[in-house]
Every structure is written in structure tokens, then in C-alpha cells.
Design a protein around this ligand. Sequence first.
Ligand code: PXP
Length: 239
Amino acid sequence: MSTRLSVNVNKIALIRNARGSNFPDLSKICKDIESYGAEGITVHPRPDERHITYADIPVLKSLSQTEFNIEGNPHERKFMDLVLDNCPHQCTLVPDAANALTSDSGWDTIKHAAFLTDTIAELQSKNIRVSIFCDPNFKMIEGAKKVGADRIEFYTGPYADNYHNNRAKAVKPYAEAAIIAQQNDLGINAGHDLNLDNLRYFAQEVPHLMEVSIGHALVVDALYYGLQNTVQMYLHQLR
Ligand code: PXP
């Protein structure tokens, strides 16, 4: 099974927003990213709309030829309405604070079980696949199954942080947790701080990895290698 690459385009929106005009044109960039071989587009609208705006979502969804994934915190009713109105292929639920710089941990699927169960059912009633952001923790993964998630997305920040010290040790919790997820019939995605150094090893070592979503490093790499080369370099890591 090859792992799909979904490109998170938040950082491109951030550059556009810096000048208040439509440059670079995010719609064109998303179409180009797909034409270069990426198998999905991910957007993560946050309440302050500092990168992707709520108004971007219907436009990008209507253009998308691959898989459209919206990430965000469902405690915001505005986020839920946006997802339900636009029906992406996948919604990834993330427990980040409204003013968080970036996501930094997975759900406590036991503490938030009632809320997650209702939220996931509401999204699934519109045929939206639901993935929930998760640390590689067996109890949280079993909790993800109980609340009805279709997939989990591993939070890979700690893997990336520890990769250069001891990559075997860094990946071990994820490889083990993937087996638990598979036994619970949960699909497996992953994301955060994956890059051209650490991606191949993660995809090799973590069984049943269906999808990675990558934004920050990919956009930075595109400054050096160009967007087309960069997308293809990431795809190459996964093949
Ligand atoms: N997955 C989630 C839930 C995220 O919040 C982010 C960052 O927005 C990513 C994946 C992608 O992380 P990165 O930008 O470090 O590749």
C-alpha cells in the first residue's frame, strides 16, 4: 500500500494574506499541486483566519480533483458549520486552542468521549470521513474507536523532534500504536513536522500508513527546489 500525500496549503495562504490581495492565487496553486501528483489538499482554518480563511473553503473544495481534508477544532460551531456545508472527503478533528501557534497534541479520547461521539456522528451523517488527531497511546487509540472515528492522525511532532537523536526509538511508539489502530479497524494518517529527512523512515516503519499531511517543511523546501520538484520529492519518499 502506498501512502498518500496531502499538501497542507495554510502557509501559502499566509503569504497571500500578508499583502491583502489574491497573490499568490491559492486556487491556482492547489490545482498545480494536484497536477504535480499530490493526492490531497489539506486546509486548517483557525478562528483568526490568519492563513486559510473561511471564504477560501468552498472555492478550494469546488476545484479539488483529489481528496479535500479540512482540519480544525470542532468546539468552534463556526468550524462545524463550515465543514457540514462543504462536505469534504475527510475532516480531521484537532484539539488545538483558538490562539495556538500550531497543533501540539492529540485528543484525550476518554475525557472528551461524549463530545467526540456526538461530533463524529454529526459529520458522518453527511458522509464525511472523520479522522482524529491522536498521540501514539494505546488507550487514546482504543478511545478513538469507541467514539466512532474512521481514522486517527498520529501527531508526529515528537517523532520529528527525536529523529536525529535516535530514529528507531523515535518511531517505535508509532509503529506499535499502528498495530493497535489496525486491530481496532482504524485507518492511519500522520502529520506534523514531517519533512524530506524523516518522512521515508516513518512511512517504512509504521505499518498501514494511509496518508500524510505536510505543510510547513514542504513550503519551505519549495523556496529552494520549486513547488513541482518539491511535491515530487515528497512523493518519492513515499514510494
Ligand atoms: N496535521 C495537523 C493536525 C496540523 O495541525 C498540521 C499543521 O497545521 C499538520 C498536520 C501539518 O504539519 P506541518 O505543517 O508541520 O507539516
